[in-house]
Ligand binder design. Structure first.
Ligand SMILES: *Cc1c(COP(=O)(O)O)cnc(C)c1O
Length: 394
């Protein structure tokens, strides 16, 4: 059967794999050999599910957005990942990976972060488990994301500035990889999205797949069937989308829509619409689509939402794009901000600006009145208040 999931060699179609320096091979190989066994273990499953329930607050509701649906003359359900502890879907993955680290006998955790959201989610689970936490973050990001830096410090993490290159996410990632090479025995590297060398994209997708697992039974309660007509999600690296799509990947009756950040416009030079603008290349150990110059230098991405501001996209999404399985749309800063404000006023929910990109497609695409649409509301907008204030002069 044709599958859009990963194959035995760690590829989605032509994308994925593990393109890593020799020195990193033992670390990644230890994880590759053990991750499926550990995840299948009943004591692992029990602990993971218990924490998702009692600590994260799952299941997250599947909410029928009545006024939003009325406005766009279709049926829109919001999967409320914004209601999770720490305010987004990222915690599903960090809970899974900290339990994985424990089973592998690791006691030191490293992570990279851009806007700080993944750093906060990692620092949170390290505090929960009493593990040492070191977060690498670009010096420029540290300056522009002060509240998240403070959160990580309060949670007991050490934040180390990355001083090389553009002093942003990709430089922080390089520092984290360097650290891991130097500490192969006691350290686990928690990657924050469905990116990086195999098995990370698959492992993170599996931890996030709880989203679509819940959508199935929740939709059954609402609509008497487990499958929506459409699943919509925003895509930075692609983890919330991977989780929302996961159990529907191979059922082509369920249409998938991936929404990327066009920034100031696809052709403006200030964008993060990776699949449209990207070319095949290697980033963070994975063969995928990434934005690069003619001579292969990674282009600095731009989006008003820090979480979508990533120059690559996970290999699953590169394959969904290339194969046509998912429809890719891109939304500008202004369109996203408008859609974010609209959700506030129609439903009383302040969304993360990342999630607002997904909401904005209702202005671009018309759905049938009886289409059942599930939109993954990846996070809440508290962290984005300053951006909303400046944009709308509130
Ligand atoms: C980090 C983040 C994203 C983007 O990451 P994905 O891996 O693409 O899901 C989207 N929404 C929110 C709220 C985030 O914090």
């Amino acid at each position: 059967m044709n599958t859009f999931n990963i194959n035995k060699k760690g590829y989605y179609g032509e994308f994925g794999g593990a393109y890593i320096p020799e020195m990193l091979y033992p670390n990644v190989e230890e994880l590759r050999q053990n991750y499926l066994k550990i995840m299948a273990d009943s004591s692992f499953q029990k602990e993971f599910n218990q924490l998702l329930k009692d600590y994260v607050g799952r299941p997250s509701p599947l909410y029928y957005a009545k006024r939003l649906s009325k406005k766009y003359n279709t049926k829109i359900y919001l999967k409320r990942e914004d209601l999770n502890h720490t305010g987004a879907h990222k915690i599903n993955n960090t809970i899974g990976q900290i339990l994985m680290a424990k089973r592998l006998g690791k006691n030191r955790i490293i992570a990279e972060t851009g806007a700080g959201q993944h750093g906060v989610a990692t620092a949170t689970v390290c505090a929960l488990m009493g593990m040492e936490c070191i977060v690498y973050m670009g010096e420029i990001d540290i300056a522009r994301q002060a509240p998240n830096v403070a959160r990580m410090k309060m949670l007991g993490a050490t934040v180390i500035p990355a001083l090389s290159g553009s002093k942003t996410l990709k430089d922080a990632t390089n520092e984290a990889i360097r650290d891991w090479i130097n500490n192969p025995v006691d350290t686990h590297y928690i990657i924050g999205s469905v990116v990086g060398p195999h098995p990370y994209p698959d492992m993170v997708a599996r931890f996030q797949s709880v989203i679509s697992e819940e959508i199935q039974w929740q939709l059954k309660e609402h609509e008497g069937k487990t499958k929506p007509d459409y699943v919509i999600a925003c895509v930075g690296g692609g983890s919330n989308a991977a989780g929302a799509y996961y159990h529907f990947l191979d059922d082509e009756n369920v249409k998938l829509i991936a929404v990327e950040a066009a920034g100031k416009g696809i052709d403006s030079g200030e964008s993060a619409a990776t699949s449209v603008l990207g070319k095949v290349g290697i980033i963070h150990g994975s063969k995928t689509l990434l934005m690069q110059t003619k001579d292969g230098q990674i282009t600095e991405p731009y989006s008003i939402s820090a979480g979508l501001d990533y120059p690559g996209v996970g290999p699953m999404h590169a394959h969904l794009y290339k194969s046509g399985r998912a429809e890719f749309m891109s939304i500008t800063d202004d369109e996203a901000m408008k859609a974010g404000l609209e959700l506030c006023q129609l439903e009383g929910i302040i969304p993360a600006i990342e999630s607002a990109h997904a909401l904005a497609i209702f202005e671009q695409k018309t759905f049938q009145p009886n289409d059942i649409i599930v939109l993954n509301l990846s996070g809440r907008g508290d962290k984005d208040l300053d951006t909303y204030i400046n944009h709308f002069k509130l």
